[in-house]
Design a protein around this ligand. Sequence first.
Ligand code: ZN
Length: 136
Amino acid sequence: MAKITKINHIAILVSDLESPLNFWRDALGLELTQVEEVPGEQARIAFLPTGDSEIELVQPTTEDSGLARYLDKRGPGMHHICLEVDDIDGMLAQLKEKGIQLINEVAKVGSDGRRYAFVHPKSASGVMVELYELAK
Ligand code: ZN
């Protein structure tokens, strides 16, 4: 059976990457290790490691993406939590079998080879859950 191994990151949706840093970096003292353009998600992401996991600040880079519409509707705030899994195909099959509503029925592949999929918040206590299987 597929197994969740840890929280990989928590993603927070923001309208710009600069102003939230007064809290996450300057007040909490987290280190901003990198900012990455992610054209596949039409977003720019700032990474702030917190030990074994990360806070990701996610800024939509276009007006009409799902992320941009979400930000328009609800304002900035927590967008999703990401759980690392040792076998994403096995986990997606397991969730489907249990009637869990998935946003991605098949895992997508990120630029670094990691595979990921989203579970619909309707099936997860109102929280969007991302699943990650890191590249081997
Ligand atoms: Zn994520």
